[in-house]
Design a protein around this ligand. Structure first.
Ligand SMILES: [Zn+2]
Length: 399
């Protein structure tokens, strides 16, 4: 039983109610009382507060039943906006969403530099522009989450971003000082896992999301919460050694998983074998259609090593859902069955293995939804999205 003072209980009830209103889309006070077990007086006071704060709105449902039409409550999706940012190597993607996590606009900025100060100025400029565009709503921008492709400490300080060669950068404080708003800084693989759980796999509280692009990133959801580890660095499974004394990795070890099963490795190996410099996803599609033999061999090796690594992380976590975020696997229809065929150990146990519908959009969508969850201060967030509404991002060949 939860005990605490009255204001604490009021807060808990409030976040529980907001979660339920979002989950149901439209719900009456009577139904809320029924599903939450809270009495009608409590519901009435809480709903009045939320209406005052313009966080929810009332609508009268249209139907033909006799008697009064119930007044339905729903989240006021226009009360504010969330800004999700994917700070990648060659681009920064900014996606603005409403409070139900539907993307409203996306801007992609090319990056030709790794200079921290230049990138900081760029981020501040765009954040300010978005703030100016969002003044028409009650709360404006309710939160900003930035996904970085590197390690982030539990205090949200960037520890290391390999592609930009950044060490120990306090981007959170630097943006706060210049833009007057403190963003959340998160590892991109964690945001991908969060997006999968919030938008796609509501039923799955134990979910792993493996992103296979320039490296391998693992986002871990345990009991519906992101698991980030003691210092914040959990999920660096790309550096799990799967080949003793294998290919050298820039982490200092040899034989790391991402030297065998990241898409950048796949492209590199294929280019070397065929002596071609710039293979892109269009070439890959063509080779796939033509059943090119070098391509097929390379793909088989990629899938074999991928399966070895997956076997290991499945045994560590016993997840319900594993989502693979990879353009290469998305294009290659039979790949998923081949991977499943390799995961036959009698001790490995998981419920489902899937390929992400999100692809590159996962980071910004995870970022927007995390900003919403933090703003509403709710224990769980379940959103839905039509894939047609996702921002269409170009997928660069990972290097
Ligand atoms: Zn490594």
């Amino acid at each position: 039983m939860v005990t605490g003072d009255a204001s604490y209980i009021k807060k808990i009830n409030r976040s529980f109610l907001i979660s339920k209103i979002i989950e149901h889309g439209f719900i009456s006070r009577a139904e809320l009382s029924k599903i939450t077990g809270l009495n009608k007086a409590t519901i009435s006071v809480q709903v009045a507060d939320l209406l005052n704060e313009e966080l929810i709105i009332e609508t009268q449902q249209e139907h033909n039943n006799l008697g009064r039409r119930p007044i339905m409550l729903s989240l006021n999706r226009k009360a504010g906006y969330a800004l999700g940012i994917d700070l990648d190597y060659k681009h920064i993607t900014f996606t603005l969403s409403d409070l139900l996590g539907s993307p409203l606009s996306t801007e992609i900025v090319d990056l030709n530099t790794s200079d921290y100060d230049e990138i900081l100025e760029l981020l501040v400029k765009y954040i300010k522009d978005f703030q100016d565009k969002c003044t028409d709503s009650r709360y404006g921008i309710v939160g900003i989450v930035i996904g970085v492709h590197g390690t982030v400490t539990e205090d949200e300080v960037i520890k290391f971003v390999p592609r930009h060669n950044w060490h120990n950068k306090d981007l959170k404080s630097d943006i706060e000082a210049k833009a007057g708003i403190s963003p959340y800084i998160k590892n991109n693989a964690n945001l991908c896992a969060f997006a999968e759980q919030v938008y796609k796999h509501h039923h799955s509280e134990n979910l792993l999301c493996v992103s296979l692009y320039s490296g391998i990133g693992l986002g871990i959801m345990i009991n519906g919460e992101l698991y980030e580890g003691y210092h914040g660095f959990a999920g660096e499974m790309g550096h799990m050694i799967i080949v003793p004394n294998g290919r050298p990795c820039n982490c200092g070890n040899k034989g790391c998983w991402e030297q065998y099963s990241s898409e950048s490795t796949f492209f590199k190996q294929l280019s070397e074998k065929q002596n071609i410099d710039d293979i892109d996803y269009t070439d890959i599609q063509k080779r796939l259609n033509d059943k090119d033999s070098t391509f097929s061999e390379e793909m088989e090796e990629f899938i074999n090593y991928l399966s070895i690594g997956l076997n290991n992380i499945i045994n560590l976590h016993n997840p319900a859902t594993i989502v693979l975020n990879s353009e290469l696997l998305k294009m290659n229809e039979g790949a998923l069955d081949e991977i499943k065929g390799n995961l036959t150990s009698s001790v490995s146990s998981f419920e489902e293995l899937l390929i992400s519908d999100f692809g590159k959009e996962a980071t910004v969508m995870g970022a927007c939804s995390l900003a919403i969850k933090n703003f509403l201060n709710i224990p769980e967030l379940k959103l839905s999205i039509d894939d047609q509404d996702l921002p269409k991002l170009t997928v660069d060949v990972p290097v």
